[in-house]
Design a protein around this ligand. Structure first.
Ligand SMILES: [Fe+2]
Length: 298
């Protein structure tokens, strides 16, 4: 009936199922759609898109749930199925939940740039809270749509954006870091290195720009190095709170995201955010950024 576009991240979303149907079964669906699901899942959460559709025919939803279940392995998705009895008919309905991804290194592995205490709290407490609240909001959304409660659906959008954005952003952030002994801080070579020189003049100029914009960001948020696929150039962007990069443009691909929330540095750097930004470059994983760039560059 009505497609509720809740939130979309990254390169644009392609809906792979009908937005409308001639007859409506009493059921609802939350779903994720993007053209290269396998690529996304095997690569990162950097290209994650969400749509919420309401009242799609039951036979269509069954096929979609089957598709998503097959595609969701390995990305922190967990399928949660509920069996509801409606009259004498049992209807199966399901929605996707998310789980906290493991870090690819130990909590203390980024010291002295980022302390183990910060990493542990950041991952186990902050990121976990986004995941927990995101799943809670999705479940409430699922129920609100089932009840046809339009006001409740709209009310939940901010919680989905904030907590879903927190989950997406932090999932990228962990991959943007690597210990010094595991290529941490090694500048990019190849095509990304050339692109940085072309777009910013030099790596030093890029670092200076990101540090300046990150330090100037008021309150909490993120500073990004992104590929603009439409303009075919690299750009530096900032987003407030937990807004994902897609909120600045559907053609932006995040190569590097730096968390400038106080929880990312305060225990070690107190209120001196510029020192945190200065030191984080020692553990930046340019290999990961290069891989994303080479895969996504036109
Ligand atoms: Fe954070």
């Amino acid at each position: 009936m009505i497609a509720q576009g809740i939130w979309a991240h990254d390169l644009g979303t392609r809906v792979v199922f009908p937005r409308t149907a001639p007859r409506f079964a009493p059921t609802i669906y939350i779903l994720y759609a993007r053209s290269h699901l396998t690529q996304v899942f095997s690569h990162s959460l950097s290209a994650l898109s969400f749509l919420v559709l309401t009242q799609v025919q039951q036979h269509t939803s069954m096929a979609l749930r089957s598709l998503v279940a097959r595609k969701s392995l390995g990305l922190g998705f967990q399928s949660k199925a509920k069996i509801l009895a409606v009259g004498s008919t049992a209807h199966s309905r399901g929605f996707q939940t998310f789980s906290l991804p493991d870090l690819p290194y130990d909590y203390g592995a980024l010291e002295p740039a980022i302390s183990g205490e910060i990493m542990q709290l950041h991952h186990q407490k902050h990121h976990q809270t986004y995941v927990t609240n995101y799943n809670k909001a999705l479940e409430q959304l699922h129920d609100a749509i089932a009840k046809g409660d339009a006001a409740a659906v709209v009310k939940l959008q901010s919680a989905i954006k904030f907590n879903g954005g927190g989950h997406v952003n932090h999932s990228i952030f962990w991959k943007n870091l690597t210990p010094v002994g595991v290529r941490g801080g090694e500048p990019p070579h190849g095509s990304l290195g050339w692109a940085i020189d072309t777009n910013f003049g030099s790596m030093e100029a890029l670092v200076q720009k990101i540090n300046a914009e990150g330090a100037a960001l008021q309150g909490s948020g993120w500073v990004w190095l992104a590929l603009d696929k439409e303009l075919k150039k690299l750009v530096v962007e900032t987003t407030a709170n937990q807004d994902p990069l897609v909120t600045k443009g559907p053609t932006l691909v995040p190569l590097l995201g730096i968390d400038v929330w106080e929880h990312a540095y305060y225990l070690q750097y107190k209120n001196v955010r510029p020192d945190y930004l200065k030191n984080i470059w020692k553990v930046i994983n340019w290999k990961y950024a290069s891989e994303v760039y080479e895969k996504e560059s036109p």
